[in-house]
Design a protein around this ligand. Structure first.
Ligand SMILES: [Zn+2]
Length: 306
């Protein structure tokens, strides 16, 4: 069964042209870098330079970019975009804005094309930072293909950016209640959809069933694909499903998930405004899964009167 894709979450629309056919074209890359119409994002420690408002990415020409590894992102609106990985010693001046923000913040405020560029820049630069050496022979590798790969000068191995698929699923029962879990790393009354990483040799549907059983004790049958979201913290792809439970008894693992419960829509409508239940924001695909189940925008918490 195919569903209408989930909507209303970042990184889903307005992708840039990644110019995959240009990555080995040094003349094109040199011309693009010399073109004052090209644009450069600046990243430092995984955070992107923003305008002073923190609400958008600054317009920096290649000539204004700091020194650092240069990676090609692609083209949008006729402009070629690069990201430069700046060192910790980057000093703030007129050309290099002082404000840097993480992608979790930016995902909620950037427009769709900038959000797509930001996700690409964070995911790609983060991979380069964490994979400086060859996994085959241990030598220090070099950036290749305008940043799309790394190549080993010793054994000639090519290394591709890593993406770790994870499943995230909204489980419902025969009464159309939804199953939410409280993660041990979260405070208070925070509940969200269950999620977990795909294991080697496993299908996505198998991962859905395994993770739900491990985390909640609930058995699920059919799982239906609902959409996906890049989640570069540091390198995940969240693959979302709706899954139907064939059992309802709950037994949490007590380690990753310390509590799991079935929620009706009425309980969500009552408990969220009262502050008794805190749900994920619409920045993550979990919020989109919950919104689809709920049938309308999720209720907001009403601040208590002081
Ligand atoms: Zn090697």
């Amino acid at each position: 069964m195919l569903l209408d894709p989930l909507t209303g979450y970042p990184f889903r629309t307005a992708p840039h042209d990644r110019l995959t056919e240009r990555r080995d074209d040094q003349d094109f890359l040199d011309q693009a870098w010399a073109d004052p119409a090209s644009r450069v994002l600046v990243i430092r420690d995984g955070n992107l330079a923003t305008e002073q408002s923190g609400q958008s990415l600054p317009t920096i020409k290649p000539s204004e970019a700091p020194v650092g590894e240069r990676l090609l992102l692609g083209e949008v609106g006729g402009e070629v975009y690069f990201v430069v990985i700046a060192g910790d010693d980057l000093q703030a001046d007129a050309a290099n804005p002082a404000r840097f923000e993480g992608l979790r913040h930016l995902a909620g405020v950037l427009d769709a094309p900038q959000a797509a560029l930001a996700a690409h820049a964070v995911a790609l630069s983060g991979w380069h930072a964490r994979h400086p050496r060859c996994a085959v022979c241990g030598s220090v590798t070099q950036v290749a293909q305008a940043g799309a790969t790394r190549r080993c000068p010793q054994c000639s191995a090519t290394h591709f950016p890593r993406t770790d698929p994870a499943v995230i699923m909204l489980v419902t029962d025969d009464e159309d209640r939804c199953l939410l879990g409280h993660n041990a790393t979260r405070a208070g009354r925070w509940f969200s959809t269950l999620a977990g990483f795909l294991e080697p040799g496993e299908t996505l549907e198998q991962a859905v069933a395994r993770e739900v059983l491990e985390e909640s004790g609930v058995v699920v049958g059919e799982a239906t694909y609902a959409g996906s979201q890049p989640w570069p913290f540091p390198s995940s792809l969240m693959v979302a499903f709706f899954a139907h439970a064939t059992s309802t008894d709950i037994s949490v693992d007590g380690v990753e998930i310390t509590e799991a419960r079935w929620f009706t829509r009425d309980e969500v409508a009552r408990q969220v405004p009262a502050g008794e239940l805190i749900l994920p924001t619409t920045v993550s695909i979990a919020g989109a899964l919950l919104t689809r189940w709920y049938g309308e925008a999720l209720p907001a918490r009403v601040a208590p009167r002081s």
